[in-house]
Write a protein that binds this ligand. Sequence first.
Ligand code: ATP
Ligand code: MG
Length: 565
Amino acid sequence: MTELNADAPRDFIRTMVAQDVAAKKFAGEVKTRFPPEPNGYLHIGHAKSMCLNFGIAEEFPGGLCNLRFDDTNPTKENVEYVESIQEDIRWLGFDWGDRLFCTSNYFERLYDYAVFLIKQGQAYVDSLTADEIREHRGTLTDPGKDSPYRSRSIEENLDLFGRMRAGEFADGAHVLRAKIDMASSNMNLRDPILYRIRRAHHHRTGDAWCIYPNYDFAHPLSDSIEGITHSLCTLEFEDHRPLYDWVLDACQVERHSQQIEFARLNLTYTLMSKRKLLELVEERHVTGWDDPRLPTLMGLRRRGYTPEAIRKFCDHIGVAKRDSTVEIALLEHFIRDDLNKRAMRVMAVLRPLRLVIENYPEETVEELSAVNNPEDTAMGKRTIPFSRILYIEQDDFREDPPKKFFRLAPGQEVRLRYAYIIKCVNVIKDEVTGDILEVRCTYDPETRSGGPHASRKVKGTLHWVSTAHAVPAEVRLYDYLFLVPDPGNDKEGRDYRACLNPHSLERLTQCYVEPSLRKAKPGSLFQFERQGYFCVDRVESSENWLVFNRTVPLRDSWSKIEKAQ
Ligand code: ATP
Ligand code: MG
């Protein structure tokens, strides 16, 4: 029987690392790395990887985590991504100190390793075309065939590889391959390509190189050069591990890192593939990498997600060896939980309906006291102006209320938050269209919140703003970007573009927020009472025109009842 131990490692990777430390493997050191390819912006899947790599480095004494740009594919990478990635990592709260590296720093050393392999008879220059190489590779059931160039002499290979580097050949004319085993049951070991000729300008090395190493060659060696002890990667690299080890053994490196695979994060109703995210941006299905509907860290940040919520979410889902998909509702739970503690409660009316309190004096304005956040009294109080003419939410009034509609209706009473109980006495409609223009109410002056009769009970409480004091604003309501839970892998075989939700963004431009928000700063977070959490847009909000993004709605009990009916 195993005993429950509060200090026991949380997952199989931490267990392995702890065992290695105890056994003094790698001299007891723990060194991880986070190796993004600068070909896109980071997303929440990367957050999982960062929480793991930086997290482990923080948890083990003396542990370190490097940031390494895995920049071996110049055609897709650029400086914009390099900068945004660093910003996102810092925002999430991780720090690589002075350990910022790039695979391109090692191009010369990687080249030397390749030459070493050639000299050992373990790599050769192949001159088959890409199609021929594919044909020679065989299949899962059939072994591959040796290339006729496999038996080139070491001298000839050295000469050709040197000339590949010198730019004597066209792209694709030759490749450098490892000489392993064309009959291996692991396809990755059938003489994998180590270098390709590719005339492309690199954002760091410029035009110094026209040959570039492949991931399977560059990655293990970069790990070894940096002294990485545990090289954590996602499950699709499990079949590459024998190659990872082969490269390090064949190159006779001193430091042989351990590759460990874990399941990547998948979330429902979204996509995590950088290629598809780039297509969504380039084809303008979204407004940019920071579109609040994207799972990018930029997008989540603009939407109002906090680093704390994302990290807690990542901690909660943990790491496992099996691929699975996490419900997006779980991520939403963590942001609600976090914002519940930190967001000030305010009142905002998104779809306004005019309400006049007939028996309230015309010139009077009362400053009513409101608690900023009942979860955190240190956040203090503020006042909200109340007057005779207000806006309430259109949804909060029904002329013919269904059962259990505890909001405003003719003859029905509700409380106005922080204020009085009112009763609807009349409805004014447009004579032609029949649209409701205004509701007329009376108030009971005895029932002011906090007063002696405040405890008189009515079933509904509505939020409101005073028309004379409220600040006009725009509110953007977001829904899932896709209509299906797994758009990257649709059950009906549709392209993910065919699964886009046409209503993923609803812009409301006639909203009103209480006057305390007039000077709200970009990025600040609020709970709009009864509605959800909202964030002042960092990009488009200004002093003259406030724009709010809905981060996540509150759980809305009435809409559930209505749907069920
Ligand atoms: P893509 O396959 O879309 O190009 P990638 O995995 O190649 O993405 P990288 O920039 O190479 O993206 O990823 C950097 C690190 O983040 C890698 O170690 C990778 O394993 C990890 N990572 C990427 N996506 C996820 C994910 N969804 N869940 C967990 N880790 C991830
Ligand atoms: Mg990658």
